[in-house]
Design a protein around this ligand. Structure first.
Ligand code: PLP
Length: 446
């Protein structure tokens, strides 16, 4: 029998009565004040991660970090990111509008997307966005035309697919040859794109971008990708007429979701990456580019904890024990999408032995609505509080209203203070887009 239910990570404190504390706040106080389920973002850890990226990059001649807002984004969160001196990576007009609503300096925003609409591009140009990453052939034309129409000359990067295949879940590999993103190096599409963009009078080509995948634990693939990109960067400058100054390596560092995960520290990753870029710049005889990165998960992933209340339990003798909670795939679709693992603990019983194996199911009418399978916990009962750890990235930002389940509140917690980043949705919120066609306006039978 395993002895303890407590998380081993020192970012989660355990009070003498066995209750979890997040940034010094007891989970029961948080739930009493904000309701269940609740996503708690630990501010200190987010700031620490931002600084780890920036400090190590300080060893490199010039660098920029853009936080990948797809991981988690609210207006308040934009303020925190800007305070930490990071730029923002957005992938839609919606993410951009959120940043603008927060007052984020558009000059420090970079826009991505493999299917940017004219609405996305128009908002980007009209807001004076710092950079746009061109992802495909059609976009070269549409962006050049729109820039001409709006009388501006945006700085652009070209997204290159360098053909690196890091070992991670296949759904989050994006740098390999078979990818919907970017121009492949192999076959010459990337070189062709450089030539075409250089020839466009309304586009200012400043650099190259790649993103080789997400939740990557090995440092080598980033370093191999950096060398591959620098080789092409040098060729584009020497032979294809480009005048680059920036290389964006696109984030992707992994985090620990369970005690068995051992990702590299942020500092080791950025030190290794900057060394690899410097070495490759020397090898290919070019000045070191402005080195940019776009981390998302490694900034916010571990800083998030979702608190749920167990609503019911079901034990199927010899098969499985289910504990169903008041949230699930609607606030965290990661298990449903990728069978992703999270550590789960009974947040008020951390001193108790873990003697039962539980699968944690969500509340939706969908068998695939699970949060975790076969985790060791104490013998659970309705009313117990579960904490699912490392839920800061790609959970709330991927949330849905399936079954018209309201999205939970999100709070930012720091010692002595806790406030909302997003309030809980209400029934009115859930109905806000609905319209009743005129011929159905009458209540009851016609
Ligand atoms: C273009 C781009 N940049 C940055 C990221 C952030 O990746 P991560 O959250 O793994 O750091 C992603 C994630 O999919 C991405 O597609």
């Amino acid at each position: 029998m395993k002895t303890m239910n407590a998380p081993t990570d020192d970012i989660y404190r355990v009070a003498p009565d066995g209750s979890m504390q997040l940034a010094g706040h007891a989970v029961s106080d948080l739930l009493e004040k904000f309701g269940s389920p609740l996503i708690v973002m630990i501010e200190d850890l987010i700031r620490q991660n931002c600084r780890a990226y920036r400090q190590k990059f300080d060893d490199y001649p010039e660098s920029r970090i853009y936080y990948a807002s797809k991981a988690f984004l609210t207006t308040g969160f934009c303020r925190l990111i800007e305070q930490e001196g990071l730029g923002l990576d957005v992938a839609s007009a919606g993410e951009l509008a959120t940043a603008l609503a927060a007052g984020f300096n558009p000059e420090n925003i970079i826009m991505h997307g493999n299917a940017k609409t004219l609405q996305d591009l128009r908002l980007a140009l009209e807001s004076g966005i710092g950079r746009i990453v061109i992802d495909n052939s059609a976009e070269i034309e549409s962006l050049n035309d729109l820039a001409g129409l709006l009388d501006c000359r945006p700085r652009v990067l070209i997204r290159v697919t360098p053909g690196i295949k890091p070992s991670t879940h296949e759904y989050v590999q994006t740098g390999q040859v078979d990818s919907k993103f970017g121009f492949n190096l192999e076959g010459g599409a990337a070189a062709e794109a450089v030539k075409r963009v250089v020839a466009k009078s309304n586009l200012k080509l400043v650099g190259l971008h790649c993103h080789i995948g997400s939740q990557i634990f090995a440092l080598k693939p980033f370093q191999v990708a950096a060398r591959t990109m620098l080789e092409f960067y040098a060729r584009a400058c020497n032979d294809l007429g480009a005048q680059f100054s920036e290389l964006n390596m696109g984030g992707g560092l992994g985090i620990n979701y369970t005690p068995g995960d051992h990702p590299p520290a942020i500092g080791d990753h950025v030190a290794g990456l900057s060394r690899a870029v410097l070495a490759a710049a020397r090898e290919f005889g070019i000045a070191p580019p402005i080195l940019c990165d776009e981390p998302g998960r490694s900034i916010v992933g571990r800083a998030g904890v979702t608190l749920y209340t167990v609503q019911s339990t079901k034990k199927i003798e010899g098969i499985r024990n289910y504990a169903s909670v008041d949230g699930g795939m609607t606030d965290n679709p990661r298990y449903a999408l990728y069978q992703a693992k999270h550590q789960v603990v009974a947040a008020k019983r951390l001193n108790e032995p873990v003697d039962t194996v539980w699968s944690i199911s969500g509340r939706c009418c969908e068998s695939g609505d699970m949060l975790a399978r076969d985790v060791d916990l104490p013998n659970l009962k309705a009313g117990d509080i579960l904490a699912v750890l490392s839920t800061g990235a790609y959970t709330y930002s991927m949330a849905s209203n399936y079954n018209r389940v309201a999205r939970p509140a999100v709070v930012l917690a720091t010692p002595g203070m806790v406030e909302l980043l997003a309030r809980r949705e209400t029934d009115q919120d859930l109905n806000r887009l609905d319209q009743i066609p005129t011929w159905l306006a009458q209540i009851g039978k016609p």
